[in-house]
Design a protein around this ligand. Structure first.
Ligand code: PEP
Ligand code: MG
Length: 757
């Protein structure tokens, strides 16, 4: 059974579109389960009904025509309750709804199973039989398993249609919502530009050719190069491998012949596609059909085609036309975006960012927030290679994309964009005003830096210090560990720019989702593994070089603070302090005139929360890293969109842990700050202010928003709100209470919606 299951799923996976996927399902399930009928009904949003999309066994004419409204018939009932229905004789059931067109009167037994994706019912798969018998447990379990596995495939096939403006039943549709997670608030309207890794056939977007003749030439040149390579390899292998294996290269060469693959690609280019897209499409079709072959040997050939076509793609991309064209309103899309990809887009053209992978607290999202670019993360079902050039609306408040926007929806969002601009202009005016509550309680707003050269921007927003300088960035951009002097230069720039304001430099925090290409860490559970201080204490030479660089850079300035990430026990702190003291002594002996910096510990693990007093007693300050603290307290991977809805800094457990840290730190007389993204959410900032934080540190783009909200509320009202929410048992209720308080304080609606849920 397992073998058959895997087989069906693989076949469906390789189908070229939704209808062929469904056809494969009905044919194969009917055969494997030895039933007389297998049908799939899909819910069509536009028609608000379940449409019979494919069937083997019912009348052909019914397919695409028969539909059942919500709750109508047995299919409607399966969907409504999201539960299987297994009947010996369907016609006896009160919900049975006979539709003449299908010719199903002769089938008695009925098993319907819902197809569920992300909690919503996409449709129903049904098997039927003439015999009056209940399907047995094994059969039911098989269909449930299959349906669970197919839901994702069906969802992405539906999304492919939807992005082209077509519903499952072939109707023209608009305003299709693609759900993701908010990465950075704001709205953008524009055209998608897909960025994709090199030599990856699966992500090449389909684009029109700008000049067909040129594309043909690029393709011919690339083919020529691959042919040469193949011949070279063939020659080189003479005498080294068996002749049959050498023959493989002959096969490769034949595949490239003008009447085979190459012809198909050329035809598509002549039809108006750019060469890379044409090649990728042809390659994928062939790979799919080979993968579906029952014969092992033939199935293996899929690998050959992939290899061969990847080689051609490699040369095509070397041809120099990979550079994307960025439109005036670019919405940058990638499966996994990197800071370098964002940096490539001219700043005034980048209006929005979409990442298929990742979640609201992935580092790309944090970077996007720093840049103030509306961002949606984790839109997992989007078909990456069908998006280029498509017009969309990006709603960074809700974390969704709207495909094929209608005039009405577009106008509504255009108004929001205008509102946003007006709001920002208003915030500009707050720049030089202090951050004090309506009843004159002073709150200190600092910034997080490091992800880009954002010094100027931070100072411009009126930052009073740096609460977190993520030092890993220069390490990520380098090809080897930067030397002590190279690091010192970078750190000096930060310290000088902010002097006399304090700059908190965090020691190297790699591991988790931040990998250095020259120091790869391969682990099953990277977030629970070798990360942050665990790595640097195991490599004291790296730690010491960094500490020396920081202190060297601080010569003559007195504004350096050093902070330790990912601390889980006191010994790590003690050992780190020993190393810092030793480095300090050495530098002083070398004749440098430096001040010993204040040292701080990040509280980002549950263990650290419960040892706040012990940890704080060893150092000068503590700073809460709420991004990781939320992830570790709730056991929700901050990068995983599947569980993103569970990730909430408003979860009562998170709030009470944070409040605990503040009180414990205060009891031992130590300063306490917070530098997670939560501090940049205006509503959360109000709660944090009420808790008594000395410093809130956030991305530069959030600073004016937080300032504006804090200025419009009194400390008394904030404390009252805190008292209320600490009694609540649910994140959503907390969020609503915070929103209501902001509403009553007259806070703009765009400042109330935010990236944390
Ligand atoms: C945090 O975990 O809250 C934090 C500030 O650090 P990072 O996001 O870099 O892990
Ligand atoms: Mg962290």
């Amino acid at each position: 059974m397992l073998e058959q299951l895997r087989d069906i799923v693989q076949q469906v996976n390789s189908a070229r579109d939704l209808l062929s996927a469904l056809d494969i399902i009905v044919v194969r399930v009917r055969e494997v389960m030895a039933t007389q009928v297998c049908s799939v009904y899909l819910f069509d949003n536009d028609m608000n009904a379940h449409v019979l999309m494919a069937s083997k066994g019912l009348r052909k004419e019914a397919v695409g025509h028969v539909s059942l409204e919500i709750g109508e018939g047995l299919v409607g009932l399966v969907a409504k309750h999201a539960e299987p229905i297994n009947l010996k004789d369907a016609s006896m059931h009160p919900s049975f709804h006979y539709i003449q067109e299908t010719g199903e009167e002769s089938f008695h037994s009925f098993l319907g199973v819902p197809i569920i994706h992300h909690r919503s019912v996409l449709g129903v798969v049904v098997v039927q039989h003439e015999q009056e018998r209940r399907f047995d447990e094994g059969e039911e379990a098989f269909l449930i398993t299959l349906s669970a596995q197919l839901a994702g495939v069906i969802a992405s096939a539906e999304a492919t249609g939807a992005i082209a403006g077509i519903s499952p039943s072939g109707q023209k549709i608009s305003d299709t919502v693609f759900a993701g997670v908010s990465g950075a608030s704001g709205v953008a309207i524009g055209e998608m530009v897909v960025v994709f890794p090199k030599a990856n056939l699966f992500q090449v977007p389909i684009r029109p050719a700008r000049d067909i003749d040129k594309e043909i030439n690029y393709f011919s040149a690339a083919l020529h190069k691959v042919r040469e390579d193949m011949r070279d390899i063939y020659e080189r292998l003479a005498g080294q491998v068996a002749d049959e294996e050498r023959q493989l290269f002959d096969v490769y060469l034949h595949m490239l012949d003008d009447d085979a693959l190459a012809k198909e690609v050329l035809d598509r280019i002549k039809g108006g596609h750019w060469a890379q897209g044409a090649l990728a499409e042809v390659a994928l079709e062939h790979i799919r059909s080979f993968e579906m072959m029952p014969d092992d040997y033939l199935r293996e050939r899929a690998v050959d085609i992939k290899d061969l076509c990847s080689r051609v793609l490699f040369y095509l991309q070397q041809g120099g036309q990979v550079q994307a064209e960025y439109s005036e309103n670019t919405i940058l899309v990638g499966e996994e975006l990197t800071p370098a990809m964002l940096a490539e887009v001219p700043e005034n053209k980048l209006k929005g960012i979409v990442s298929l992978k990742g979640s609201g607290n992935s580092h790309v999202a944090i970077l996007a927030r720093t840049m103030g670019i509306p961002t949606v993360m984790g839109v997992v079902d989007l078909p990456i290679n069908r998006l280029d050039g498509k017009k969309v609306i990006l709603d960074g408040y809700k974390g969704e994309l709207i495909g094929n926007p209608s005039e009405i929806v577009r106008r509504r969002y255009e108004n929001t964009v205008k509102e946003q601009a007006e709001l920002n202009a208003g915030l500009e005016e707050l720049k030089d005003l202090p951050c004090s509550t309506a009843d004159n309680h002073r709150v200190h707003l600092w910034v997080n830096t490091g992800l880009i050269a954002d010094v100027a921007r931070s100072l411009d927003q009126g930052a009073e210090g740096v609460g977190l300088f993520r030092t890993e960035v220069p390490f990520l951009l380098s090809e080897r560990f930067p030397s002590e002097h190279e690091q010192a230069e970078i750190y000096r720039e930060q310290l000088e720019a902010f002097s006399p304001l304090p700059v908190t430099m965090r020691t190297l925090d790699i591991g988790g989702d931040k990998a250095l290409s020259y120091f790869p860490i391969k682990e099953e559970n990277p977030f629970l593994g070798w990360r942050g201080i665990r790595v640097t204490l195991d490599h004291p030479e790296i730690f010491t070089a960094q500490i020396r660089a920081m202190m060297r850079a601080s010569e003559g300035l007195a504004n350096l603070q050093i902070m330790l990430p990912m601390v889980s026990n006191v010994n790590e702190v003690k050992l780190a302090i020993q190393l810092i003291k030793r480095a300090y002594r050495e530098l002083v002996q070398e004749g440098l005139s430096i001040k010993y910096p204040p040292i701080g510990v990040m509280i980002e693990l549950p263990a650290a929360v419960y040892q706040t007093k012990s940890l704080a007693s060893l150092v000068d300050f503590v700073s809460i890293g709420s991004n990781d603290l939320t992830q570790y307290l709730l056991a929700v991977d901050r990068n995983n969109p599947r569980v993103a809805s569970l990730y909430s800094a408003f979860h009562p457990a998170v709030l009470s842990a944070i409040y605990h840290v503040v009180r414990e730190a205060q009891e031992v007389g130590k300063l306490v700050s917070i530098c997670g993204e939560m501090a940049g959410d205006p509503g959360a900032a109000v709660l944090l202010m009420a808790m008594g934080f000395d410093v809130l540190s956030m991305n530069a783009a959030s600073l004016p928003k937080v300032k504006s909200v804090i200025r419009s509320i009194s400390r008394g009202a904030a404390q009252e709100l805190l008292g209320q929410v600490l009694q609540m048992d649910d994140a959503q209720a907390v969020r609503s209470a915070v929103d209501l308080t902001l509403y009553n304080a007259g806070v703009d609606r765009l400042l109330r919606s935010s990236h944390i849920h």
